[in-house]
Write a protein that binds this ligand. Sequence first.
Ligand SMILES: Cc1cc2nc3c(=O)[nH]c(=O)nc-3n(C[C@H](O)[C@H](O)[C@H](O)COP(=O)(O)OP(=O)(O)OC[C@H]3O[C@@H](n4cnc5c(N)ncnc54)[C@H](O)[C@@H]3O)c2cc1C
Length: 325
Amino acid sequence: MSDKIERVKTLIIGSGPAGYTAAIYAARADLKPVMYTGMEPGGQLTTTTEVDNFPGYPEGIDGPTMMVQLQQQAERFGTEVRIGMITSVEFSKEKGGIHKVVADGEKQIEAETIIISTGASAKYLNIPSEQRLRGGGVSACAVCDGFFYKGQDVAIVGAGDTAAEEASYLANICNKVTMLVRRDEMRASKAMQHRVHSLKNIDVRYNTEVDEILGEQVVEGLRMVNNQTGEKEEIAITGIFIAIGHKPNTDIFKGQLDMDETGYLITQGKSTKTNLPGVFASGDAQDKEYRQAVTAAGSGCMAALDAERYLASIGSVEEAIADKY
Ligand SMILES: Cc1cc2nc3c(=O)[nH]c(=O)nc-3n(C[C@H](O)[C@H](O)[C@H](O)COP(=O)(O)OP(=O)(O)OC[C@H]3O[C@@H](n4cnc5c(N)ncnc54)[C@H](O)[C@@H]3O)c2cc1C
């Protein structure tokens, strides 16, 4: 460990839409935010080609470009962006207490406020054809990418409420949706199952798994296998949606911050406050419901406002942020 300990007013962990929006607001409020980008600078949107639903881009924008622009906007107001990981944290339980974090296993930082925006990672099947075709017809977000398959035949893998909801969403847009359910029943609620079965263009295949996604550059088909009989079948599709769950990137906060059984951070009421004073959570790390760039950005804004108000309440900054806007 290096012995020189750096002190910052606001430390932002994560560089997706939530982190950069928090950075823009915090920097404009003169909180001199320091951001650690983590292992995926720019976050999940850097893995997608086309973002069509973020307000302000009438022609759409590719994810990596959007995230570079967000970074530039945050840096314009003085955010210090550092490539690196926060590897451990020791949060204070006291109002006005100092939070201690370690970056990259060695650099010690003390922060008056922490904004967590570490996001969530979609779970994938982890078969080679899926990894090869990510962005070429394999997606983990039907709400984000479904529109690109309007009128086409697609498949979806999953059996929970999210999978059922996404299958219904796709059924409204696409010609036909083949839904692969690994077991002989869905985990989704009865109401969601009923909705899926009521839609004529969803073909639910039970006891069925992906054997291979077909296509070289883009998805052209799917080979399914019945896990009871071993029987294989190929269908033509142009897109496949993996809806087998997300994992929030919150392991390093375990034991210190309240989280639900899947690891999503719990925030208080409509705020971004966690159970510890001066620690705020934004974006997908605390939102299993919406998981969109615009909602992540909105909660990043809220986290910066909450952080600034907290600092004002402990006398660390003079004015509330509201006075500055
Ligand atoms: C393929 C795909 C396409 C999508 N398309 C769209 C779309 O078209 N429209 C839309 O609105 N949404 C889309 N989404 C969803 C959107 O990307 C997410 O909702 C959004 O990125 C969440 O933002 P976030 O800031 O909460 O987290 P993320 O974008 O997940 O970013 C998390 C950040 O935290 C960092 N991090 C994690 N752990 C640490 C650590 N220990 N230390 C430091 N940093 C850390 C990571 O490196 C990353 O920078 C898509 C998602 C995927 C996967």
